[in-house]
Ligand binder design. Structure first.
Ligand SMILES: *[C@@H]1O[C@H](CO)[C@@H](O)[C@H](O)[C@H]1NC(C)=O
Ligand SMILES: *[C@@H]1O[C@H](CO)[C@@H](O)[C@H](O)[C@H]1NC(C)=O
Ligand SMILES: *[C@@H]1O[C@H](CO)[C@@H](O)[C@H](O)[C@H]1NC(C)=O
Ligand SMILES: *[C@@H]1O[C@H](CO)[C@@H](O)[C@H](O)[C@H]1NC(C)=O
Ligand SMILES: *[C@@H]1O[C@H](CO)[C@@H](O)[C@H](O)[C@H]1NC(C)=O
Length: 951
């Protein structure tokens, strides 16, 4: 009966080892992608550490400064799918390593300060759909390789210094919908091959150095809605008449393109809303066929047009601007253009006819107040008194094109009610005096088809809010400014729902809105065209030191704000949240160490700051009986905190004390390391010239204790294997995911601690950084070299010889620990080295004779594999050793070979080698290290799927 039970427990251990094995490998970031991520990390903090919060249900983490989305693919690795770093003040160049990210669909580095050229390796990111690099300092040519992106839909590269020609390889981009390459220095001829692009909707190449001619074939782009080529230097070419076949065109802008010839008949394009052919050398007369009746803007100014203004320029119900100024037009000033237009209060119509040869007005010129006509510089103005058109001939008071300062649309407020702090009135709310804290959103329309925004403000509002699932009153267009292009930059405010009486958005709502804007959920429409997100400032939610938490601002919202805020680069949930000077004269005199009265004090979020008194109390004034160890850093005490939590306290000895700033840097660094196989830092104390680190307490002590304690239950093979795997995973995390990576340097059985469930946790990582010159207890600095650190028996021989420290030094030391686990021997005893002993035994074919007998029976195949791995780790040559990742893999592999259920276990029993003991012994050690209470809480038995935790 008792035996059966023990058997089951043993199986449970083996199973749970498998479980964690598969979980952890499922979570493992693909090694190549890991490298790429490291190459691109910048002044942003480390994306990697944030991936540890990865959850299947929530594949995008935005704890990081940016947003990173991942997915487990068939190969079992975690692959990066989206990388979004909008407006983060990034510098540096684009790393060629990005090419490795072949599963990324969405790459957004817009509005940073990235320089250098676009690496051709981007062409290897074959899943890429959105390549968004606008608003950087990227130079150099567009690599031909970009033409091999099979699924790209959007190139947004505008506002850079990209030069060289448009590669004709782009003709292969059969899925591309958006070429936003305006405001660069792209030169040469537009490749006529591009006309084959079946899906291209937006072709924005304005403000470049293009030359040559306009390819007549472009009309074959059957999806094209925006063609914008302004401010290029085409060589006196005509507008191809074929362009009148672009039946879906909404916006055609060819301003200042050195175009000659006649204006084609665009009346065939019934979708056309915006036509700008100004500042060219166009001649002939204006085609008399009527343009689309919904057109908003017609600009034919600054050309050499002759003839008269067509009499059918009327019935354009949406018209905002008709400019024919600075041509050679003659005849009558039209008086019917505004007929059929129903003007709203905010609508305007500008008719610019200046500097032509118009001679007469037929009838009376008597437009409604919304219409402005300019006629100066025409012969008709010499007859002004006669015709009563004085006002239309007055000198201009500034060009309508010149962007004024920001225009404020909404000034309604509610003077009767006082809104607290960063709250303000929701201008159009059903309850007119409703106060709320808005989110600020900067949005820029890249190519609107309108000339005056005001008449369209309402339409814009309902268009945006309906896409966001908000009510129209929740969006206020605070201000807007026209920029060169013309583009329209707007500042929007989003207000929480009126039913929400706290006047604020929830964290998830903030997340959703950021994401909806950032992922182009708001589809560009014909009138407003494509947009980009300039910022999401959350201005009023900006946390600061004096933020009154009591006034209704929830912590959840604050957290969300830190994530979304553009000014939060580098600030992460665990990073230093608030930094300020505290001037507390400390008058306590206890201890002889003195300290300046004022000090820089910071809080490190996620861990506790303890007072000296707290820890003094926890350890009975650092009584000798509380001391449980001593290391290079100082003494280690067991302490019991006020809430009865048991902790281990490392107290820096005098020589190990750090400068305040350094200490905090280290603490901040250590606090970011989280892994189930690392001993967790709980807090710290920095007071009274004391620096202490507080860790979780490991009741079973170190692996060395456990292995050497003859009175304790011996460890079964399964437990030893799981300790090996746990240690390897902890170290792997230090090697690959800490930023900067950590080489432990002092892996030994004494630094692998064992918790109450016999999980291994690596200790003392990063401490070497805190203790510049450790020289006590096992450290051999004096004997070897001031540079080489480590413990005799564990030190990598190659490191010993060359002083060149690599991750493989930890692999070596861990290999020694594995040998200890297998044999129960000490690394060095009586002058005999464990590696040599084991090698000799193996070579003489008596490997099983040195296996620790106390572990009971074991599957011999597993032992062989484990032994082979351990010896491989202990190879003299660095190169011959496996990487820590390979070690983890192999241990997982061995774990998976362990019998999985008791049925299987008993079936396989005959094959189990009896070398280590008699075949009649139970499968697992007779005296299990587990007690039933340990087991009840264990992940496996409780039936709860273990939370995915970092490797
Ligand atoms: C951007 O970074 C530069 C230095 O790299 C710094 O001077 C500047 O203040 C930063 N701007 C913002 C808005 O953070
Ligand atoms: C792109 O990937 C292919 C293999 O898929 C490789 O041969 C080539 O070298 C890669 N190109 C670049 C520029 O990285
Ligand atoms: C491209 O998209 C198609 C359809 O969505 C998909 O089946 C294919 O796997 C994608 N190709 C790549 C390289 O991602
Ligand atoms: C316009 O085109 C003509 C050729 O027709 C060329 O001589 C002239 O330099 C061009 N003008 C500009 C400003 O590029
Ligand atoms: C990251 O965000 C998740 C929820 O999205 C949260 O549970 C976790 O605590 C956050 N981590 C940090 C380091 O802020």
């Amino acid at each position: 009966m008792e035996r059966e039970r023990l058997l089951l427990l043993g199986v449970a251990v083996a199973l749970s080892a498998c479980w964690f094995g598969s979980l952890a490998s499922a979570q493992m970031i693909h090694p190549g992608e890991l490298k790429a991520l490291k190459a691109i990390r910048n002044n942003l903090g480390d994306p990697l550490k944030h991936l540890r919060n990865w959850k299947k249900s929530d594949p995008c983490t935005s704890n990081w400064t940016g947003v990173i989305c991942t997915q487990i693919l068939d190969d079992g690795y975690l692959h990066i799918q989206e990388l979004r770093l909008l407006n983060k003040n990034l510098t540096g160049t684009l790393a060629p390593e990005l090419g490795v990210l072949t599963h990324v669909t969405y790459l957004d580095f817009m509005w940073n300060n990235i320089s250098g050229s676009i690496p051709k390796e981007i062409g290897n990111m074959t899943s890429l759909q959105l390549l968004l690099l606008s608003g950087n300092n990227i130079s150099g040519p567009l690599p031909d390789e970009l033409g091999s992106l099979p699924n790209i839909t959007k190139f947004q590269l505008d506002l850079n210094q990209i030069s060289g020609p448009l590669p004709s390889s782009f003709a292969n981009l059969l899925t591309v919908q958006h070429f936003h390459m305006n405001n660069n220095s792209i030169s040469g001829q537009i490749p006529p091959e591009l006309s084959k692009l079946p899906k291209l909707k937006h072709f924005l190449l304005d403000n470049n150095n293009l030359s040559g001619h306009l390819p007549p074939q472009l009309h074959m782009m059957r999806s094209l809605t925006i063609l914008q080529l302004d401010n290029n230097k085409f060589e006196g070419t005509e507008i191809p008449p074929t362009y009148s076949n672009m039946s879906r065109l909404v916006k055609l802008s060819l301003r200042n393109c050195n175009l000659t010839g006649a204006i084609p008949d665009f009346s065939t394009i019934q979708s056309l809303l915006y036509l700008d052919l100004s500042l060219n050398y166009l001649s002939g007369s204006i085609p008399t066929n009527k343009l689309s009746s919904s057109i908003t803007t017609i600009d034919l100014s600054h050309n050499q047009l002759t003839g008269t203004i067509p009499s059918n320029f009327s019935g354009f119900t949406q018209l905002q601007k008709l400019s024919l100024r600075d041509n050679f037009l003659s005849g009558d000033v039209p008086t019917n253009i505004w007929q059929n237009i129903t003007f709203k209060a905010t609508s305007t119509l500008n008719l610019e006819f200046q500097n032509n040869a118009l001679t007469n007005v037929v009838g009376s010129l008597n437009p409604p107040p919304n219409v402005t006509i300019r006629l100066q510089g025409n012969p008709v103005c010499r007859r002004e008194n006669e015709l009563g058109i004085v006002t239309y001939c007055a000198p201009e008071d500034g060009s309508a094109d010149a962007p004024a300062n920001y225009t404020f649309l909404n000034s309604s407020n509610c003077p009767s009610q006082h809104c607290p702090g960063y709250f303000e009135h929701v201008p159009d709310a059903p309850d007119p005096c409703y106060c709320a804290a808005p989110l600020g959103v900067g949005v820029r329309l890249r190519s609107p088809s309108i000339y005056d925004f005001r008449p369209y403000a309402d339409e814009f509002r309902s268009y945006v809010t309906s896409n966001l699932g908000l009510e129209p009153y929740q969006l206020v267009i605070d201000s807007f400014i026209w920029q060169k292009g013309p583009r329209l930059l707007m500042f929007l405010k989003l207000y929480p729902e009126i039913g929400n009486y706290s006047g604020e958005f929830s964290a998830s709502e903030v997340q959703r809105l950021v994401s909806d804007f950032a992922t182009f959920t708001i589809i560009g429409n014909d009138t407003f065209g494509p947009y980009d997100l300039r910022n999401f400032t959350l201005g009023y939610y900006q946390p600061d030191v004096n933020l009154p938490m009591s006034s209704g601002m929830s912590k959840g919202v604050l957290a969300a704000i830190v994530l979304g805020s553009i000014s939060s680069a580098g600030v992460t949930g665990l990073a230093i949240a608030f930094l300020f000077y505290r001037r507390h004269p400390r008058n306590r005199n206890q201890g002889s160490r003195t300290k300046s009265a004022s000090k820089l004090s910071m809080k490190v979020e996620g861990i506790k700051e303890f007072s000296f008194a707290d820890l003094e109390k926890a350890t009975s004034s650092f009584d000798i009986t509380a001391q449980i160890g001593q290391g290079g850093y100082g003494k280690v005490y067991k302490g019991v905190l006020g809430d009865s939590t048991v902790v281990a306290i490392k107290r820096a000895q005098q020589g190990s004390l750090q400068g305040q700033q350094e200490f905090f840097t280290e603490i901040e660094f250590l606090s970011r390391l989280h892994h189930r196989n690392l001993v967790a830092l709980v807090g710290y104390c920095d007071e009274e010239s004391e620096q202490m680190l507080v860790y979780e307490f490991m009741p079973n002590g170190s692996l060395q204790n456990v292995l050497s304690d003859r009175y304790r239950s011996p460890l079964s093979f399964a437990v030893r294997l799981s300790i090996a795997l746990g240690s390897a995973k902890g170290i792997l995390y230090l090697h690959t995911e800490a930023d900067p990576p950590i080489i432990h340097r002092d892996i030994k059985a004494n630094n692998i601690l064992i918790d109450s469930r016999f999980n291994a946790k690596v200790a003392d990582f990063g401490i070497s950084r805190l203790a510049p010159l450790p020289n006590t207890d096992g450290y051999v600095t004096a004997h070897i070299s001031t540079n080489v650190k480590g413990t005799p028996g564990y030190v990598d021989p190659e490191y010993f010889l060359t002083h060149k420290l690599t991750e493989k030094s930890d692999v070596y030391s861990l290999g020694i620990v594995f040998l200890e686990l297998l044999t129960g021997m000490q690394p060095i005893s009586h002058g005999r080295n464990i590696v040599r002993e084991v090698l000799q035994a193996c070579q003489s074919g008596s490997m099983f004779s040195i296996i620790d007998r106390s572990m009971g029976p074991y599957p011999s195949e597993c032992i062989k594999k484990f032994m082979a791995l351990a010896l491989k780790c202990c190879e003299d040559q660095t190169k011959a050793r496996p990487t820590m990742l390979e070690v983890v893999r192999e241990l997982e592999n061995i774990s998976s070979m362990l019998p999985e259920t008791d049925t299987i276990a008993s079936e396989s029993e005959p094959s189990i080698s009896g070398t280590g003991g008699s075949a009649s012994q139970p499968l697992y050690a007779r005296r299990s290290p587990y007690t039933s209470t340990d087991l009840i809480g264990s992940d496996l038995v409780s039936g709860v799927i273990p939370k995915i935790s970092p490797r």
